[in-house]
Design a protein around this ligand. Structure first.
Ligand SMILES: Cc1cc2nc3c(=O)[nH]c(=O)nc-3n(C[C@H](O)[C@H](O)[C@H](O)COP(=O)(O)OP(=O)(O)OC[C@H]3O[C@@H](n4cnc5c(N)ncnc54)[C@H](O)[C@@H]3O)c2cc1C
Length: 502
């Protein structure tokens, strides 16, 4: 792994930001043969890219704003992501209870027809109408109000691991990935930028880069200003919050609820024991600091679900909340929910090239990165070929087996791994599971449980390959085990973490 100890002074491309777009660009560019350095001032995926609704989706609601290009591209990406990262991306069925007063039946049917046919589907089943008063999917819903509905397919993604795996793959291919390293400023020359970065030791150093990609997400404008250039176009910061409550129903299906304000709210099975409810769309003032879910947002989400679910949800049930800020490309829309989720790449070649990312979705990060790497390649006189649609991410190679068949083969090879732990390890490490356990035949041989089912050996793996330096990196981003632990258990994990690190 290319770490700060052997970082180069001169690269083709410096990427600012270790969210999904930054790591996607770094991975694509290094695979085209460019030398690449990525700086992230916090942990990998610390900001927006670990705070999403975690859906790889076409975005059925974007059909209402006629964003057909975005929907088509996003729909097609579902199949690509299922094939390159089957351990962290899986199909999910969405139930849409019908509310005739919100959208008529013909309109929903037409939307779902488009959703089924705008892009090719290989593995995902098409949409269907449901008699919710007779089917198990109707059980959590109020009856008889929600007797009819529809179902369609999209996908789930472990968002922070998607970012991490792109960063790992980029590093495996030779990119230098520097978490906890801040981009401070850059001066432009005709041939190259001279950038100043500050590492975790507080030391500043200069890096020469033939091009810069600014993928600083909600901070894209700040990073732009630090290059002494102006960005055409504006970013609209829109906060989205989620709440997590004990599971509201059994079953793998998610619900997409049409709320009274015409927005949609998702209820998604989460981390086995929970339901994830989101999201909100609230203008965000960066002066408020780190985004958090306000009591008003929590109440809004509880009310949205309680109107349609048999058992009401109250804020007292909330186990965890998280919030992120969408860095949306400002299209002048009055309503935060209607601002386009499409992305724009702003390329400035008045001197050494600077490409800035505005907007985007996790779903389309790979296409965005491909587009960005092509443009940077053109500006640097060497374009390279597109390659990421077929290149599996680390842990995603099940040797031609389905996920279920791979899980069964691991269960018979390692009967000492209890099923919930085995499932969690496959969702985390995929086909690298056997490298993580490294011949162990018991939890004790894995160094014992440090808390939340994380063993010393798994922690060592994460430290060596996943840039883990703090307990939160493990509990909330490389895994979500923090959610399953009490405050005391998390404190105990942190103490053991420090001891293992010492
Ligand atoms: C509530 C919510 C729900 C969403 N749900 C979905 C969904 O279900 N599906 C989907 O496809 N998309 C979803 N999105 C959109 C998606 O999450 C974002 O588009 C995407 O994560 C943006 O990634 P990014 O890399 O541009 O930004 P970020 O992930 O924010 O990354 C930018 C990084 O740059 C770093 N940085 C900033 N300044 C500097 C600097 N000076 N030096 C070094 N590093 C710096 C930051 O620390 C940050 O980590 C959702 C977004 C939100 C907020």
């Amino acid at each position: 792994m290319n770490t700060s100890l052997n970082r180069p002074d001169s690269v083709d491309l410096l990427v600012i930001g270790g969210g999904v777009n930054g790591v996607g660009i770094a991975r694509d560019a290094v695979g085209r043969g460019f030398s690449v350095m990525l700086v992230e001032r916090g942990d990998i995926a610390e900001a927006t890219s670990s705070s999403s609704s975690k859906l790889i989706h076409g975005g059925i609601r974007y059909l209402e704003t006629y964003e057909f290009r975005l929907v088509r591209e996003a729909l097609a990406e579902r199949e690509v992501m299922l094939s390159i990262a089957p351990h962290i991306v899986w199909p999910m069925r969405f139930v849409l209870p019908h509310r005739p007063e919100m959208r008529p039946r013909w309109m929903i049917r037409a939307g779902l027809f488009l959703y089924d046919h705008l892009a090719s589907r290989k593995s995902l089943p098409g949409s269907e109408a449901l008699d919710l008063d007779r089917l198990p999917q109707g059980e959590p819903l109020r009856q008889p109000q929600f007797a009819r509905g529809f179902a369609y397919s999209d996908c789930w993604v472990e968002d922070s691991r998607l970012v991490l795996l792109n960063a790992r793959d980029a590093a495996n291919r030779g990119a230098t990935i520097l978490p906890r390293t801040e981009f401070l400023r850059a001066e432009r020359g005709a041939e190259a930028w001279t950038a100043t970065i500050r590492g975790p030791d507080g030391q500043e150093r200069a890096v020469r880069a033939r091009a810069i990609a600014n993928a600083a997400g909600p901070w894209v404008m700040g990073a732009q200003n630090a290059t002494g250039t102006a960005l055409e176009g504006r970013v609209r910061l829109v906060r989205g919050s989620h709440i997590v409550v004990p599971a509201l129903y059994r079953g793998d299906q998610a619900y997409i609820l049409q709320n009274d304000d015409r927005r949609v709210v998702f209820v998604i099975p989460y981390e086995q024991d929970y339901s994830l409810i989101g999201t909100t769309d609230v203008p965000h003032d960066p002066a408020q600091g780190k985004p958090h879910c306000t009591p008003e947002e929590a109440a809004y989400l509880c009310e949205a679900v309680s109107r349609q679910f048999r058992n009401p949800v109250s804020p007292s049930q909330i186990a965890w909340t998280y919030s992120g800020v969408r860095p949306l490309h400002d299209d002048g829309s009055d309503n935060p929910s209607s601002v386009t989720r499409d992305y724009t790449l702003a390329m400035d070649t008045k001197g050494a090239p600077l490409l800035s990312v505005l907007g985007g979705k996790i779903t389309t990060y790979r296409r965005l990165a491909e587009d960005a790497a092509r443009q940077i390649g053109r500006a640097l006189g060497r374009q390279g070929t597109d390659w990421t649609a077929r290149a599996v991410l680390p842990g995603g190679d099940f040797g031609g087996m389905s996920r279920a068949a791979f899980t069964e083969s691991m269960a018979s090879a390692h009967p000492w791994l209890e099923r919930p732990l085995l499932d969690r390890l496959i969702r985390t490490h995929g086909s690298e599971l056997e490298r993580v356990i490294d011949g162990a035949t018991s939890i004790e041989a894995m160094g014992g449980d440090l808390g939340g089912g994380i063993t010393a050996r798994e922690l060592e793996w994460m430290r060596a390959r996943e840039w883990v330096v703090a307990p939160e990196d493990v509990l909330w981003r490389r895994t979500k085990r923090g959610l399953h632990m009490s405050h005391e258990a998390r404190e105990a994990f942190a103490a053991r973490f420090e001891r293992v690190a010492a």
